[in-house]
Design a protein around this ligand. Structure first.
Ligand code: B12
Ligand code: SF4
Length: 447
């Protein structure tokens, strides 16, 4: 069976960048860089077939001037590979691209089986009613994808595959068969097949790093339940931890990647686990630069562990500060205190860890709120602070809470860089204020 898995391009919408003062633009995310771990895992599940993974993000990064627009690019790929099955993945802001890929596949050959999976297909299934989509595979569905391929090979009805959705002209039918329960982080873990990414490896370089970086997950899901976050919704609140030796095995295979970003929602949840993992990293002589997401409360509670991680290669931490106000954190159900921000910065800086602290800006901020936030963030030394817009991601409790205030339903703007809610300030003023925040520290106050 010939299978073509196409990663979507990035959404081009970034009003924060567009509205920011020239001097701030350098510090604002233009494009996040990283491998499509999900599709690589799906590819690993069917590796005995003729599988191709195509990373359009990598292609546009590598050849920005000569890569044709998506539809043309997909047509070229279809001609080149002539696949039986086309699959793609999607987060909210990349949904329309995913649908474009499915449409092109059906236009090229209506016999192609089109399959969509990933986060948005899991938590906002009703956004995938386009008639070009045959199957929706929610959840960690790499093994289920294999079941689909086997069913197609044997000419069986897809109704025989449990836990999937058949889309017939916009009507969704959940299959009758009982779904298999796979433990994707543990017994059923699939090693993402990074060989597929060789053509784009030079594009996976972050910042000024001369080396490519890759993502690796040590856990799936998150035990916290912040109202605006999609991750715990994707996993129904479950938190799944991988086995230490499985992670060590994967790390040993990453010779091409001196920089490893842990793709976890929160890398340090089970402190004993991370402690042991770093003992094993040391025992095996694994030398990498690690990047992790760590919460402020975790850093404050376990400073010795942070010291150990720093000695083992942890160089960059991304921390969701979210807000400097206790009442806002409570509203977001963040389960931490704003007063810990300062303390956590101390812990990271003491260990020479570069810290990116991110704030989310709600739509009801007025000039006085922006001034208060600006005063607060100027009062501490964080290597880089980031400011994005609190966005109602479909499928989250925050979406339901504010859906009456949504003024823009264009999903390609749901990436935290655009305001889709009615703002208290005139929209232009709101963006101008968010953009100006990025000037604070200008990224020069490096530890
Ligand atoms: C790696 C990652 C990326 C990578 C790669 C994504 C890609 N496909 O190209 C990069 C760095 C490019 C990226 C970019 C962005 N990301 Co991102 N990213 C992640 C991260 C950290 C991990 C995802 C991951 O790899 N998980 C592990 C894999 C194995 O799981 P998976 O992808 O879900 O795949 C499994 C299933 O979903 C399913 N599956 C997936 N695809 C398919 C396809 C088929 C056909 C099938 C059958 C099954 C299937 O099977 C897979 C294996 O079982 C998550 C946060 C998290 N911890 O989950 C955020 C996350 C997905 N990103 C997010 C966002 C918002 C972004 C950005 C828009 C910007 C931002 N503000 O962060 C940018 C893109 C735009 C830009 N301007 O650059 C949000 C999405 C929210 C939402 N509801 O849309 C998340 C959840 C982070 C968050 N805190 O909210 N991201
Ligand atoms: S914001 Fe962070 S802590 Fe909160 S649910 Fe999402 S990943 Fe977990």
């Amino acid at each position: 069976m010939k299978i073509l898995l196409i990663n979507t391009p990035r959404s081009p919408h970034n009003m924060i960048l567009e509205s920011a003062p020239e001097e701030a633009k350098h510090f604002i995310h233009k494009k996040l860089i990283g491998p499509p771990l999900g599709l690589l895992t799906v590819a690993a599940a069917v590796k005995d077939h003729d599988v191709t993974v195509f990373d359009t993000k990598g292609e546009y990064d590598l050849y920005p001037d000569t890569t044709p627009p998506l539809k043309e690019l997909v047509y070229k790929l279809l001609k080149q590979y002539n696949p039986d099955v086309v699959g793609t993945t999607s987060i909210a802001s990349e949904t329309y691209y995913a649908i474009d890929i499915m449409r092109e596949a059906k236009k090229y050959n209506p016999e192609i089986l089109t399959v969509i999976g990933g986060l948005h297909a899991t938590i906002s299934t009703m956004d995938f009613t386009d008639s070009s989509i045959d199957l929706i595979l929610p959840g960690q569905s790499a093994h289920t994808f294999r079941e689909v391929i086997l069913a197609k090979e044997k000419g069986l009805s897809f109704d025989s595959v449990g836990g999937i959705i058949i889309n017939k002209n916009g009507v969704h039918k959940h299959t009758d068969a009982k779904p298999h329960l796979y433990d994707s982080a543990n017994t059923d873990f699939l090693l993402p097949d990074r060989n597929h990414l060789k053509p784009w490896i030079d594009t996976y370089k972050v910042g000024n790093s001369p080396y490519p970086s890759t993502y690796l997950f040590t856990s799936l899901g998150c035990p916290y339940k912040c109202t605006f976050c999609s991750i715990w919704c994707q996993f129904d609140g479950k938190y799944l931890q991988r086995k230490i030796e499985s992670i060590i095995g994967e790390l040993k295979m990453l010779d091409d990647y001196p920089v490893v970003r842990f793709a976890d929602a929160n890398t340090v949840v089970n402190t004993e686990f991370i402690d042991k993992l770093f003992d094993r990293i040391q025992e095996e002589g694994i030398k990498k630069t690690f990047v992790m997401d760590i919460r402020t409360d975790t850093a404050v509670k376990y400073p010795k562990l942070i010291e150990k991680l720093a000695k083992g290669g942890l160089k960059v931490v991304i921390c969701g500060f979210e807000s400097f106000r206790e009442e806002e954190l409570r509203k977001y159900n963040k389960s931490t205190d704003a007063k810990l921000i300062h303390e956590s910065i101390e812990v990271f800086h003491k260990n020479d860890i570069m810290l990116r602290g991110n704030y989310v800006i709600p739509n009801d901020y007025d000039e006085s709120d922006f001034n208060a936030l600006s005063d607060y963030t100027s009062s501490h030394r964080v290597t880089y602070a980031g400011y994005t817009i609190l966005s109602p991601m479909p499928g989250t409790p925050f979406y339901n809470e504010v859906k009456d205030q949504i003024i823009d339903f264009d999903l390609s703007k749901y990436n935290f860089f655009n305001s889709v809610l009615k703002t208290k300030l005139p929209l232009e003023k709101f963006y101008e204020n968010v953009g100006k925040l990025w000037l604070i520290k200008k990224g020069t106050d490096v530890i």
